[in-house]
Design a protein around this ligand. Structure first.
Ligand SMILES: Cc1cc2nc3c(=O)[nH]c(=O)nc-3n(C[C@H](O)[C@H](O)[C@H](O)COP(=O)(O)OP(=O)(O)OC[C@H]3O[C@@H](n4cnc5c(N)ncnc54)[C@H](O)[C@@H]3O)c2cc1C
Length: 459
């Protein structure tokens, strides 16, 4: 007779969801505990009162190279919500009203970006040649421990990239992926992104964005899938503490007073929440590999602005020489999805753009009026349109712990999935995934933990 093993997953973000999906697929009876009433973690949407629309906690995109993410979408039947302008066709604007396009020439693969870089207008011709040489060096750069100890900024400098070209090209392309300045990104991570994303397979740099609220694209379909396969969901149930018996976890106690028992427990909590739960349970952090108390986060601020007429023509653009990393034409993106009733525009018909500002912790200290004045003025300069100074309405969303920093030397702080507690495992975008803190990293970590438990631990 087959014996069903039981597993409890703590946290219903992308990592916990993917871990639960794969453990269930490997034959485990899974319970998933999530403190909020819905799944999705740091990727969710909610109803905004005025204008009555669904908005996200923060604009999310995925690149074509995020293979685990797209497999995950297929599994939960949500691929239809994510679209891209394939082949790659990204609008790039500066703050003087000039516009360029980074376009993929598919027939030139693997030199698909060459024509666009040679035409990139915001730097000199010799700087463009320098970029191509640095990309070639990245392509042949071997992985070494030393690369994780120096910054991507310093690696670029040692490959003859001027401050101007770092600011006007490399930051524009690389900063949004890591939500950080280039001197806060290790060279190994920056080069990994160049190899896998920009110089990877055909389509690997295509930018996919959701055409409905994030919960409609991730959380709700995940919940449907997990219920269908028989996973027990404890929603709105925060983990209070973990109780040990010798070197094993005996039970998980929830704030509701419920107690959950299982053969194994996987934490898919973010690292600050895991530290809190372990502390409240008197379980030393030394049980985890990696010194997670040394991990640091970087914040993202999203500014939603509504106007009386369409403020931009393209679906989204990156910005040179501005604290705004990218601007999304939210109305146009949502309108392209005619199936999404929840996202229909308000009858008053306002047009919404979303500004994504990375590494934004300093801006988060500003007042609402200071943010509106500064960033609407920035929009006036980017689109050379004085009317953008006066949005009809503005909503500012601040996420101070949006992503973990991939600083030089930080790889050793990220935990592996196994711990020294016999039946306790770890996943999350902050664990040792080899990826930056992204949806792809979170899903990879959940899958790896499930696979390790299935093949390694209980084999
Ligand atoms: C504004 C913003 C923009 C982003 N943009 C992008 C992007 O464009 N592309 C991209 O790939 N990534 C992006 N990210 C990062 C991405 O969202 C995260 O990497 C990913 O969602 C992390 O998933 P996770 O499951 O590891 O962690 P989380 O999503 O943090 O999941 C942890 C879960 O644990 C729950 N929890 C906490 N405490 C308890 C407790 N005591 N008991 C039970 N449950 C608990 C939380 O509610 C949460 O649901 C962005 C993040 C933010 C915030």
């Amino acid at each position: 007779m087959a014996i069903t093993k039981t597993a409890t997953v703590l946290g219903g973000g992308l990592s916990g969801i993917s871990c639960a999906i794969y453990l269930q697929q490997f034959g485990y009876k899974v319970s998933l505990v999530e403190s909020r009433q819905f799944l999705g973690g740091r990727s969710f949407s909610f109803k905004y009162q005025w204008p009555l629309e669904t908005i996200d906690n923060g604009q999310h995109v995925a690149l074509g190279c995020c293979s685990y993410f797209f497999d995950f979408l297929d599994k939960i039947d949500a691929s239809q919500y994510w679209v891209s302008d394939s082949p790659l066709n990204i609008s790039i604007r500066d703050t003087c009203g000039n516009k360029s396009v980074l376009r993929e020439s598919t027939w030139l693969f693997p030199f698909h970006l060459l024509p666009s870089i040679l035409r990139f207008p915001f730097i000199s011709y010799s700087e463009r040649i320098g970029i191509i040489l640095a990309m070639l060096m990245a392509k042949i750069q071997s992985e070494s421990e030393a690369m994780s100890e120096v910054s991507f900024h310093d690696w670029l400098k040692s490959h003859y990239q001027s401050d101007r070209v770092i600011k006007r090209f490399w930051s524009v392309i690389v900063k949004p992926v890591f939500n950080d300045n280039l001197d806060n990104i290790s060279a190994s991570m920056g080069i990994m992104f160049l190899k896998v994303g920009l110089l990877g397979k055909q389509g690997s740099a295509d930018v996919f964005y959701p055409t409905a609220g994030l919960s409609e694209c991730i959380g709700f379909p995940s919940e449907r899938y997990l219920r269908d396969v028989g996973c027990e969901l404890y929603l709105g149930s925060a983990v209070e503490s973990i109780q040990m018996d010798g070197n094993r976890i005996r039970e998980v106690r929830l704030r509701s007073g419920q107690v959950v028992h299982s053969d194994i427990v996987v934490s898919a909590l973010s690292y600050p929440n895991l530290v809190r739960v372990l502390d409240d349970s008197n379980i030393p952090l030394a049980h985890l590999s990696g010194d997670i108390s040394e991990l640091r986060s970087s914040g993202i601020m999203n500014v939603y602005l509504w106007y009386l007429r369409p403020p931009m023509e393209e679906k989204f653009c990156l910005v040179v020489d501005s604290p705004i990393e990218s601007i999304f034409n939210r109305t146009d993106i949502i309108e392209s999805n005619h199936t999404s009733d929840a996202m229909r525009l308000s009858p008053d018909r306002y047009y919404c753009v979303v500004l994504s500002i990375g590494n934004a912790n300093d801006y988060m200290k500003w007042t609402h009026d200071e943010v509106v004045a500064f960033f609407s003025e920035e929009l006036v300069r980017i689109f050379d349109d004085p009317d953008l100074k006066t949005p009809v309405h503005v909503k500012i969303l601040k996420q101070p712990e949006a992503t973990i920093r991939c600083q030089p030397g930080s790889t050793k702080y990220r935990s592996q999935c196994m711990t020294s507690i016999e039946n306790f495992f770890i996943s999350g975008d902050w664990t040792l995934t080899g990826w930056p803190s992204t949806m792809e990293g979170a899903i990879r970590s959940g899958y790896s933990a499930a696979k390790y438990i299935h093949e390694g631990y209980y084999a």
